[in-house]
Design a protein around this ligand. Structure first.
Ligand code: 1PR
Length: 549
C-alpha cells in the first residue's frame, strides 16, 4: 500500500483520519520527531483545538524548520483545521504565537453577537476559480468545527497565487481551503465529511489534485463581484443511540419514554432496538450529519480499559465518516482495582478510539453547582475545563436532562421561568426547567439557564438539550425550553427529545434558532429514515446536506 506520513504532535481524534486514509487505499506512518520529516514524501499536518497550543507544541518540538523544508522542497503537504491555520502568520486566538507564515495575515474570531460560535456543522468549500479543486464540488458540504477563521477578501490570496475555496457563516465569508503548488489545506475536516471528504483526501494522496491545479492554474479573477455569498451552513440532523447492557448482558440500543427504557409488559425487560455499530452505519448511510452514542448506564463496575463503548467507537469509526459523540460516565472515577482515573483520561480513551466529541451530563451539573457556590469562580479542575483545555471546546458537549417545574407566577421561584402555552396540572402558566443527574433519577435546585451559562464559562462548546417531559412522546420538541436556552448562551444548541415525524424537525428549525436537531425513537422504530427528514426539510426550503453515496 502507498504511504502517507502523519505528524503526531498534538491531542485529538486522529483515528478517524487514519481510518479515512486507509479507506482510500493508503497506509499511515507516523512522524514522531523533526528528523522523521525528511523521510516523508507526502505529509499531513492535522490539528484540532487551540491555535496557540498546537503551534507552540510544533515549535517547541522543533518541527517548524523541518516543515518549512518539506514545503520548500516541493513535496506534497496537506494541513487540516488548525493545520490550515498554521500556514498563516498568526491568530487572534493566541497573538503571541506565530504561525508558519506561508501566507501573511492573521485569523480572527467569528462574531458571536448574532450567531452561535463555534461554527459547527456542514458548510461549503467552493472555489469558483478552480471549480474542481482537489475534488471539491460546489454542491457538496463539508464538516467544519472552529471559532477562528481567515476572513476572505476578494482577490487577496489569489493575487499571491493561491486557489481559495470559501464558505459563508452568517454574513462572514472565510477561507475553507487553499491550494498552491504542492500545498493544500482545509479548514474543514475531510475525514469527517462523508464521501465528499474522502474524495478530497484521495485527490491529495494520489496527486490528482495538485496535477490538475498545475495544468489549470486558478484564473486571476476571484468570486464575481455581483455574487453575494450566502450562508451555506446546513440544518444538522443527528441520530442518537442510547446504549446499555440488557438483562442478558448484551450491549443494545434502547429507547425510553420519559427515560424509562423498560418494556411496559410484565417482564419489564430493557427494550432492545438493535446493535449499536450496525445502527450507526445505517444512519450514516441514510445521511445523518452526526451520530451520538449515550452510554445511559454507569460503568462503575466495569474496568475502564474494557469500556464496551470503546470497542463500539473503534468499529463505528471504520465505516462512519461523520462526527461521533460519546456520552455517559465521563467524570473522575475510581477503577475496579482502586486506581484513580480522571475524566480527562477517560475522554482521551474515547478520542483515541474515534470519538470527536465527548458529552458530559451529571458531572456538569455538579460542576455548575460548585461554580455558583464559589461565587462564579472557575476552579480549573472540572472535567469540562480540563477536557476543553486539552482538546478544544468544540470537543466538549454538555448533555442536559431537564424536567419542567410548574409555578403559578414568576415570584414563586428564584429560577428563570418561562410563560408556557402548556399549563401545568393545576393550570400553572409558568414553568422553569430543573436539571437532573443520573439519567433523571435525581432533580437538583439548578435551572437550565444557570447550568448552560456555567458550562459555557467553563469551556463547553455545545449543548445537547434533552427534555425528560418530551422524551419518547413523539409530540415534537419543547420549543419553549429551546428558546429559553438559546437566549441565554452563545454556544450552539442541539434540540433533542420529542421528535415524532419530519414536520417536528421543520418546526424546531422554523420556530427557534436551534443549531441542530436530534431524533432517536422515530428512527429506531423504522417510522422514518434520516433521509426522509432531510428530504422533507429540503422541500420546505431549508438547506440540508445531501447524502453522497
Ligand atoms: O450523566 O454523564 O453519565 O451521562 C449519561 C447520559 O445518558 C446523559 O447524556 C443522559 O442524557 C443519558 N441518559 C441517561 N439515562 C437515560 C435514559 O433514557 N434513561 N438518555 C438517558 C437520554 C435522551 C436522548 C434521547 C432523546 C430523543 N436520552 O438522548 O435520545 O430524548 O429521544 P426521542 O427522539 O425518541 O424523543 P452522564
Amino acid at each position: 500500500m502507498p504511504k502517507v506520513y502523519l505528524l503526531d504532535y498534538v491531542a485529538g481524534n486522529v483515528r478517524s483520519l487514519v481510518n479515512a486514509i486507509e479507506r482510500v487505499g493508503y497506509e499511515v506512518d507516523w512522524i514522531r520527531s523533526p528528523e522523521d520529516v525528511a523521510k516523508a514524501d507526502k505529509l499531513i499536518l492535522p490539528g484540532v483545538g487551540h491555535f496557540g497550543h498546537c503551534l507552540s507544541q510544533l515549535s517547541s518540538a522543533g518541527y517548524v524548520p523541518a516543515l518549512r523544508a518539506h514545503i520548500d522542497a516541493g513535496k506534497p503537504f496537506m494541513g487540516i483545521c488548525v493545520g490550515l491555520q498554521a500556514l498563516f502568520g498568526g491568530s487572534a486566538e493566541d497573538s503571541n504565537c506565530p504561525g508558519l507564515s506561508l501566507i501573511p495575515g492573521a485569523l480572527d474570531r467569528f462574531d458571536d453577537t448574532v450567531k452561535a460560535v463555534p461554527h459547527i456543522g456542514w458548510n461549503d468549500a467552493s472555489c469558483p476559480t478552480s471549480p474542481n479543486l482537489y475534488g471539491l464540488r460546489p454542491d457538496s458540504k463539508y464538516y467544519y468545527v472552529h471559532s477562528y477563521k481567515y476572513p476572505y477578501k476578494k482577490g487577496e490570496l489569489e493575487s499571491q497565487g493561491w486557489a481559495v475555496a470559501t464558505a459563508t457563516y452568517g454574513s462572514e465569508t472565510f477561507v475553507g481551503g487553499v491550494a498552491k503548488g504542492n500545498v493544500f489545506a482545509t479548514q474543514f475536516h475531510p475525514e469527517k465529511s462523508g464521501v465528499a471528504g474522502l474524495r478530497v483526501i484521495r485527490a491529495f494522496l494520489d496527486g490528482s489534485g495538485a496535477a490538475a491545479l498545475a495544468q489549470q492554474p486558478p484564473q486571476s479573477t476571484p468570486v464575481a463581484d455581483n455574487l453575494v455569498p450566502k450562508d451555506g451552513l446546513t440544518r444538522r440532523v443527528i441520530a442518537c443511540l442510547d446504549v446499555r447492557t440488557n438483562d442478558q448482558g448484551d450491549l443494545v440500543v434502547t429507547k425510553g419514554d420519559q427515560y424509562d427504557v423498560r418494556e411496559k409488559s410484565d417482564d419489564r425487560s430493557v427494550r432492545n432496538l438493535g446493535k449499536p455499530v450496525d445502527m450507526a452505519k445505517k444512519y450514516y448511510e441514510q445521511g445523518a450529519d452526526e451520530v451520538t452514542f449515550l452510554n445511559i448506564t454507569s460503568f462503575r463496575d466495569c474496568p475502564v480499559a474494557d469500556l464496551p463503548m470503546l470497542e463500539i467507537l473503534r468499529r463505528t469509526s471504520e465505516t462512519v465518516f461523520v462526527p461521533l459523540t460519546i456520552g455517559g460516565g465521563i467524570r473522575d472515577t475510581v477503577d475496579v482495582d482502586g486506581t484513580k482515573i480522571s475524566a480527562l483520561d477517560i475522554a482521551t480513551m474515547y478520542f483515541k478510539s474515534g470519538a470527536d466529541k465527548v458529552s458530559i451530563g451529571s458531572d456538569a451539573v455538579i460542576a455548575a453547582e460548585e461554580y455558583y457556590a464559589a461565587g462564579k469562580k472557575l476552579s480549573g479542575t472540572t472535567a469540562i475545563e480540563q477536557i476543553s483545555k486539552a482538546y478544544g471546546n468544540q470537543a466538549v458537549v454538555v448533555s442536559v436532562d431537564p424536567k419542567r417545574v410548574y409555578v403559578s407566577s414568576p415570584q414563586e421561584t428564584t429560577h428563570a421561568v418561562t410563560k408556557t402555552s402548556y399549563p401545568g396540572p393545576k393550570g400553572e402558566e409558568y414553568c422553569w426547567y430543573a436539571c437532573t443527574i443520573k439519567g433523571g433519577r435525581e432533580t437538583r435546585d439548578l435551572d437550565v439557564v444557570q447550568l448552560t451559562q456555567a458550562v459555557e464559562a467553563m469551556g463547553a462548546g455545545e449543548i445537547l438539550l434533552n427534555c425528560i417531559d418530551k422524551d419518547g412522546t413523539n409530540s415534537g420538541f419543547d420549543l419553549e425550553l429551546i428558546t429559553q436556552v438559546k437566549g441565554a448562551i452563545k454556544i450552539p444548541v442541539i434540540a433533542s427529545s420529542g421528535a415524532g415525524n419530519p414536520g417536528h424537525f421543520e418546526e424546531v428549525f422554523d420556530k427557534t434558532t436551534t443549531d441542530a436537531a436530534l431524533g432517536a425513537g422515530m428512527f429506531h422504530r423504522g417510522e422514518y429514515t434520516v433521509q426522509e427528514v432531510k428530504d422533507f426539510l429540503g422541500k420546505k426550503g431549508l438547506v440540508v446536506r445531501k447524502f453522497e453515496g
